[in-house]
Write a protein that binds this ligand. Structure first.
Ligand code: ANZ
Ligand code: ZN
Length: 829
């Protein structure tokens, strides 16, 4: 190697070295502690962006560090290969989704390899591979047997021009993102996974996830949205029926002014048949599909139905309205309106000039519910026999009263809905169902799996091409052998990504979804990915994990022990993205500076959880640091002569006999920095690992410049080895190269992590602060073993002491080693 730092050449050679030594191959090894590190796998879009580089560099650093600690580490990679972009590419460029996806995978593999990620490539998975998706088809049929899958009509976003269902994210301002057509709500028949059957477990097991960010736990908790309340009956006037209301605030029942029903409540539908104004109102509100968050901000609208109900306790007459902010999908689809104590009801009351009634007063202070709803718990007023109870007591007492009188029953509700998994899309896993006129929906028998997605297809842009392939959809019913049709819908791609982490362990198992290797590797010890997956992917994966556990494939409750949510990569303050025209190509950077510089910059620029603001000069700074490291090693006689082992043997006896205090101090400084580096590795603050490495290089550079004897060289050598090892997980190429140049034949990535020798951190000297008559005057450094008398003798001879005492005499010297303080008391003669 010449003296110039030539990263591209070095990196090419190191890649060959790793390749020829099969350095990244991983197998189960019961003698070692396992460590499973995983970054959320990418969608194969074709080119890496900076966000990818940040994500995958981080997991590579974690994996390499854990490996250096002696663990058996799995850090695999695969492709979330199904999904919409491939279909869009097919329509736009007339290329089959399969061909397009495979081409992208090939080029991204190259890009990953150029970054030096230590992936065991034999474990690579693509979710579009029938050997992969057959197992989710298999799992689906198992769930069908267990009653955890069902089919029902569901409201969906329907694009009338493109003739397809749209995900909520694909509806922009009420219009289809492609066609621009006004999106309709349509009922179509879809398959659902009963995630609600696992709602309690999904909620309660969050307690096990102490190493997840709090924010993510809260988001999941809210998404599951368990709430305890009571279903209360309000009898209808002139009818034997009642309206059932779900409320969590039964303590406010004497503040009820109205009942509001959802626009798609059956009673509203009935009323619409006889009343045009109601029909019109319902039609208008149905135009907009609203999410729960939007319920808060939605302009409140309602219409009087002229129907009355009776208050279950006071028997007062209560008008029933239809209101746009009541949704049919939650609770009972009917609410009791309490404008004094519920913000939404208050807004509605203001809108239509409805009365507001106060029934709760604060425990301390006062409120005015005419000006603003007070949602806090307090003490009951205007509530007949329940007056003076606290809200909490009242909830118990009123609930008991209603239950006893058969007017109510306690009820636990969840926000979470069953998971609709049917997509009218081509590029996905075919749903393994055959529809028979005689037998209904019949699962494809296990021996006929996988149902393979045909690859040679034509796109007209609107409907799924599967609907035009009789060879695909014509089938025989597995039960009665009659003519039947195969399901042409495919799975939501979130199913593909809900179990891939386990499959990496059993990647080549063709007889089962998973095998014992999955039990060895799972759960994932450290999972890394974007915060945007805080709910959907992470919730689905937790759910499917529990299902796999319950069919006996895995034995842990949770799939991911520790979660690291990564900050975004910004450029000039906003997210780096192609559409904003502010994206930087990692590939060009690698070609210019080498992978080590790019990796180093990604790690150094910000702590993992925070946004990383891109600055070109930062990349240059990283490059300069590596160049400095490289040049330091050239012609350096402290590094030439000794390999690691003989340094260790030589040093132990020489150090303690002939090293000077300042040499011992220098070595202590080296290990102090390494200790900080260790600490930062442990808490995944890799940016300060890098600053530690920079300090270390500065220190040994200085020591080398000042060196006077062999011991100095030993210290430089020792520091240099610590530096290479510390940097190895982050910049694996240059460090491997320099490691080899030291004469080491084994790979640096397999070299054990350095331990800090006993006494290496022990100080040889103490620095005392010196006060004279209570005033700070200077400092003095003495040997740790120095006696108190000897320190006193030394300190009074110091120049700064003599200068500040004029003609006084010493009365007392107080020397406090614990506080590193000397206090000299002088008095006039
Ligand atoms: C009366 C009341 C008084 C309420 C008050 C709140 C505060 P969580 O905790 O999310 O379960 N609600 C019930 N069903 C609804 C539906 N289908 N559409 C819109 N809102 C609905 O919230 C329960 C509360 O949400 C219920 O308690 C109900 O309003 C409202 F001071 O009843 B409450
Ligand atoms: Zn049949």
């Amino acid at each position: 190697m010449d003296n110039q730092y030539n990263p591209l050449e070095i990196e090419k050679n190191i890649h060959q070295l790793w390749e020829s030594s099969q350095a990244f191959s991983v197998a189960e090894d019961l003698s070692k502690e396992k460590f499973y590190c995983l970054s959320m796998f990418p969608y194969p879009s074709g080119t890496l962006h900076m966000g990818h580089v940040r994500n995958y560099t981080l997991s590579d650093v974690i994996a390499r560090y854990q490996r250096a600690l002696g663990k058996n580490v799995l850090n695999p990679i695969g492709w979330d290969a199904f999904g919409l972009p491939a279909e869009n590419a097919a329509i736009e460029h007339k290329v089959s989704p399969d061909v397009w996806t495979k081409k992208n995978i090939t080029s991204m593999q190259q890009q990953f390899k150029s970054l030096g990620y230590a992936y065991d490539w034999k474990r690579e998975i693509a979710t579009s591979d029938p050997n992969y998706y057959r197992w989710e088809q298999w799992l689906f049929t198992k769930l069908l047997e267990k009653g955890l899958v069902y089919k029902k009509n569901a409201k969906v976003n329907w694009d009338p021009v493109d003739q397809t269902v749209l995900a909520n994210e694909q509806v922009v301002d009420g219009k289809g993102w492609r066609s621009g057509a006004v999106v309709e709500q349509k009922e179509i028949s879809s398959w659902f996974l009963k995630i609600t059957a696992y709602a309690d477990q999904l909620l309660e097991d969050l307690d096990q996830l102490s190493e997840w960010p709090k924010q993510v736990l809260t988001m999941q908790e809210n998404w599951i949205g368990r709430s305890h309340g009571i279903n209360t009956l309000f009898p209808l006037e002139n009818s034997k029926h009642s309206l059932k209301v779900f409320t969590t605030r039964i303590d406010t029942i004497f503040g009820v002014t109205h009942l509001f029903i959802a626009p798609d409540h059956p009673m509203a539908k009935d009323l619409a048949q006889k009343d045009e104004a109601i029909a019109k109102f319902i039609k208008e509100t149905k135009q907009v599909k609203i999410s729960e968050v939007e319920l808060e901000t939605l302009e409140k609208k309602g219409i009087d139905t002229k129907v009355f109900a009776f208050h279950p306790i006071s028997k007062e007459k209560i008008p029933v309205w239809i209101a746009n902010y009541v949704i049919m999908e939650y609770g009972t689809g009917v609410i009791m309106s309490v404008p004094g104590h519920c913000k939404r009801d208050w807004e509605m009351a203001k809108q239509y000039n409805l009365p507001v009634k106060q029934v709760i007063t604060p425990l301390t202070g006062s409120n005015n519910v005419i000006e603003q709803a007070d949602e806090e718990y307090g003490r009951l007023i205007n509530s007949e026999q329940f007056d003076n109870l606290t809200s909490k007591e009242a909830i118990t007492k009123i609930s008991e009263f209603l239950v006893e009188n058969k007017l109510g029953e306690t009820k636990t509700n969840y926000r979470i809905r069953d998971w609709g998994i049917s997509r009218q899309r081509y590029w996905g896993t075919p749903i393994p169902i055959i529809n028979c006129d005689q037998c209904g929906a019949v699962a494809v028998p296990e021996e006929n799996l996988p149902v393979v997605l045909p690859l040679d297809v034509k796109f007209d842009g609107a409907t799924s091409p599967l609907k035009d392939i009789p060879e695909f959809y014509e089938a025989k019913c597995p039960k009665c052998d009659g003519d039947a049709t195969r399901e042409t819908d495919t799975f939501d791609t979130f199913i593909n990504s809900s179990w891939y982490y386990a499959r990496f362990a059993s990647y080549n198992q063709h007889n089962a979804m998973l095998d014992n290797r999955a039990k060895y590797w799972s759960p994932v010890d450290h999972y890394i990915g974007g915060i945007e997956h805080a709910v959907l992917h992470l919730l689905y994966a937790r759910f499917i994990h529990k299902i796999m556990r319950d069919v006996g494939l895995l034995n842990f409750d949770e799939p991911f022990i520790k979660l690291l949510t990564l900050g975004m990569v910004h450029n000039q303050g906003t997210k780096m993205s192609k559409s904003k025209g502010n994206s930087i190509s990692p590939i060009e950077l690698i070609e210019k500076y080498g992978a080590d510089t790019v990796r180093l910059y990604m790690i150094f620029a910000a702590p993992p959880e925070q946004a990383l603001d891109w600055v070109e000069s930062g990349v240059e700074g990283s490059y300069r640091f590596l160049k400095k490291l490289w040049l330091f090693s050239k012609g350096n006689d402290a590094l030439e002569i000794y390999n690691e082992t003989n340094v260790t043997t030589v040093k132990t006896h020489i150090y303690w006999e002939s090293a000077t205090i300042s040499q011992k101090e220098a070595r202590r400084e080296v290990y102090c920095i390494f200790k900080q580096i260790n600490y930062d590795f442990k808490r995944t603050q890799f940016n300060t690992v890098v600053s530690g490495a920079m300090k270390l290089l500065n220190l040994i550079t200085k020591l080398y410049a000042d060196k006077s004897d062999l011991i100095d060289k030993f210290i430089v050598h020792e520091g240099y080895v610590l530096l290479l090892k510390s940097l190895a997980p982050i910049c694996p190429h240059i460090t491997q190269q320099l490691w080899s140049e030291l004469g080491n034949e084994d790979l640096l990535m397999n070299a054990p992590w350095p331990h800090i020798p006993k006494d290496a951190l022990k100080s040889e000297s103490i620095e005392y602060v010196v006060q004279i008559n209570g005033k700070l005057r200077g400092k003095i450094t003495v040997n740790v073993n120095e006696s108190i008398q000897s320190i006193e003798q030394k300190v009074i001879k110091e120049e700064f002491v003599k200068k500040s005492i004029n003609d006084q005499m010493l009365k007392k010297a107080i020397i406090l080693p614990d506080r590193k303080l000397i206090n000299l008391v002088y008095i006039d003669k």
